[in-house]
Unconditional design. Structure first.
Length: 416
């Protein structure tokens, strides 16, 4: 985009007519140069990027229209000033000649910059946004220049009213021209900076494209590996299903061999009020696989009974007072697993009052709020059931592989 530049001079031409002829000749040359620049710009833009050809033609047409309007307005102003003040007219003609020359030079510079940016636009989409930003900045400069032109018109009106202030206004315009030159130099430096940034962005984009290609290859490898893993998971699930059936069969065969009906005996510890009582139980080793408990009734001289009697009882398992709840549950947990496998299982405790039935089945009241080392068989069994159901539920979390979906319906009853 062209930049507005002001030029003043105190040179005085020989005649108004010759200056006017030179101005028209200069205007004609400027028009020819603009036409040539337009043709060259259109050809270059068509070769480099067809998508931007229409935009550049509109831009050139707009600039030409603005230049023609500017020349027409200046011609009218010059004609009006020629009739009033020949001296001011000559000065203004030179001023506008230089202004037109500066505008043409600025236009040529802008065209060159547009060509440079258009050529770089075809390299990357990211450069397009950077050049668009540069164009927006140039449009802002053009708007500022338009505002400056309006100020110049106001200054011309002031020249008509106050000829004595013309020189001071021209000096101010000279300073503004110098500022605009500095701004032009600064913009050129910024353009170089933007060029370097664009090159850096191109290099970064190239690296990112290479990274994208690498990631796509990794995704393809991952998908292939995922397919293989899914096939392996399917095979393992099928094998797991078969193994689970075998496990159920063998586990319950073992329970059947141990006995479908088993009786365990647990001897509770001696209470504080029974500390003086004599121990009447022993646990001899049986010849077969069953365990024994021996009950001894000592002699009682007070009852004239000096004989000692013994009774032997055999059970599938005998737990002495030192055995803990956890040790007892190790034997019970196998039956709970049979219940999880779909078999009907019943576990109950019987015995006289105070023999420890409630403690064995439920545990103390402190274990009702959560499992601890004294928890009974009922809370431990319930915990095992829910833990096993949770594990099976979590094992079916992979939706990409068809698996067995285990569903348990649990009901609880309390009988007192």
């Amino acid at each position: 985009y062209p930049l507005c530049a002001l030029a003043v001079s105190d040179e005085r031409p020989v005649s108004t007519q010759s200056t006017w002829g030179g101005l028209e000749l200069e205007v004609k040359r400027s028009k020819d140069a603009l036409d040539n620049l337009k043709s060259k710009t259109e050809n270059d833009m068509k070769r480099e990027r067809e998508l931007h050809s229409e935009e550049m033609r509109q831009m050139i047409s707009t600039m030409e229209g603005k230049l023609r309007d500017e020349r027409t307005a200046r011609r009218r102003e010059v004609e009006e000033l020629a009739s009033k003040n020949n001296e001011a007219l000559r000065t203004q003609k030179k001023y506008f000649q230089r202004k037109i020359t500066d505008l043409e030079e600025s236009l040529e510079d802008s065209k060159n910059r547009c060509d440079s940016f258009s050529g770089k636009l075809s390299k990357s989409k990211i450069k397009n946004s950077e050049l668009q930003q540069e164009l927006d900045e140039n449009e802002e400069l053009l708007t500022k220049n338009k505002k400056e032109m309006r100020k110049l018109k106001e200054s011309l009106e002031q020249y008509k009213a106050e000829c004595s202030k013309v020189q001071g206004v021209l000096d101010a315009r000279t300073q503004e021209r110098n500022l605009l030159k500095k701004d032009n130099a600064r913009l050129q430096e910024e353009g170089q900076t933007y060029t370097m940034q664009i090159e850096n962005m191109e290099a970064r984009c190239k690296k990112r494209d290479e990274e994208i290609v690498r990631l796509k290859l990794e995704i393809v490898d991952f998908e292939n590996n995922n397919k293989n893993l899914n096939v392996q998971i399917t095979n393992l699930n099928s094998k797991l299903e078969k193994e689970e059936k075998i496990r159920k069969y063998l586990h319950n065969e073992i329970q059947t061999l141990k006995g479908n009906i088993r009786v365990f005996c647990r001897v509770r510890p001696v209470l504080k009020k029974e500390e003086n009582a004599k121990m009447c139980f022993s646990y001899p080793q049986s010849e077969d696989e069953k365990e024994c408990i021996n009950l001894v009734r000592p002699s009682s001289p007070s009852l004239n009974n000096s004989s000692t009697r013994e009774w032997d009882y055999r059970f599938d398992k005998v737990f002495n007072p030192t055995h803990t709840q956890a040790l007892i549950f190790e034997e019970i947990s196998q039956l709970v697993q049979s219940a999880l496998d779909g078999y009907k299982v019943c576990i109950f405790a019987y015995g006289q009052t105070g023999s420890g039935k409630t403690y064995t089945m439920e545990g103390p009241e402190s274990s009702l709020n959560g499992l601890n080392e004294n928890a009974g068989m009922i809370p431990r069994s319930v915990a095992q059931i829910f833990d096993h159901a949770e594990k099976l539920r979590n094992a079916t979390g992979n939706s990409s592989v068809k698996q067995h979906i285990w569903k348990y319906t649990m009901k609880g009853y309390a009988i007192s």
